[in-house]
Design a protein around this ligand. Structure first.
Ligand code: FES
Length: 150
């Protein structure tokens, strides 16, 4: 059994097994609705970005952590800093049938609760179906300690 946590937008994900963002409904018929955990509540206090186009401050995303945010269309998205100064962002929408993926820190993968697809965090590529397409990348840039849309 996997441990799951539900986080809200603007939350740093660290130290939890699998986390999901509750920003979009599942397109499938067997969606997950895990309850919030104490870890998720504690992580929900991250600072919000301060201006248009800004996603987060570098200080909001310790190396190795994942930051959940909303993309410009209001969909779930994740920002990662896998190594100091390296920032990656992906849509949190599973490419199989539109469920919201969660982050599995132990495996460094995104996991879909609906049908089991998994995506490599470093690339967004599918590591387990039924999804056939990688997670949609979001181009980001860091400047002055702030990560923004590129
Ligand atoms: S919606 Fe089917 S695996 Fe994600």
């Amino acid at each position: 059994m996997e441990r799951r946590a539900v986080l809200t937008s603007g939350a740093v994900i660290a130290g939890v097994g699998v986390a999901a963002v509750t920003l979009a409904a599942c397109g499938g018929s067997s969606g997950s609705s895990a309850a919030a955990s104490p870890a998720a509540s504690a992580a929900g206090s991250a600072a919000a970005p301060t201006g248009s186009g800004q996603i987060a401050k570098v200080s909001d995303i310790p190396v190795g952590s994942v930051f959940a945010f909303q993309d410009p269309q209001g969909g779930p998205a994740f920002l990662l800093q896998p190594a100091a100064g390296t920032f990656l962002a992906y849509s949190g929408i599973c490419t199989h049938n539109g469920c919201t993926v969660g982050y599995d820190e132990g495996a460094a993968e995104f996991a879909c609760p609906c049908h089991g697809a998994r995506f490599e965090a470093a690339t967004g590529d599918v590591v387990q179906g039924p999804a056939q397409q990688p997670l949609t990348k979001i181009a980001v840039v860091e400047s002055g300690g702030v990560i923004s849309y590129a």
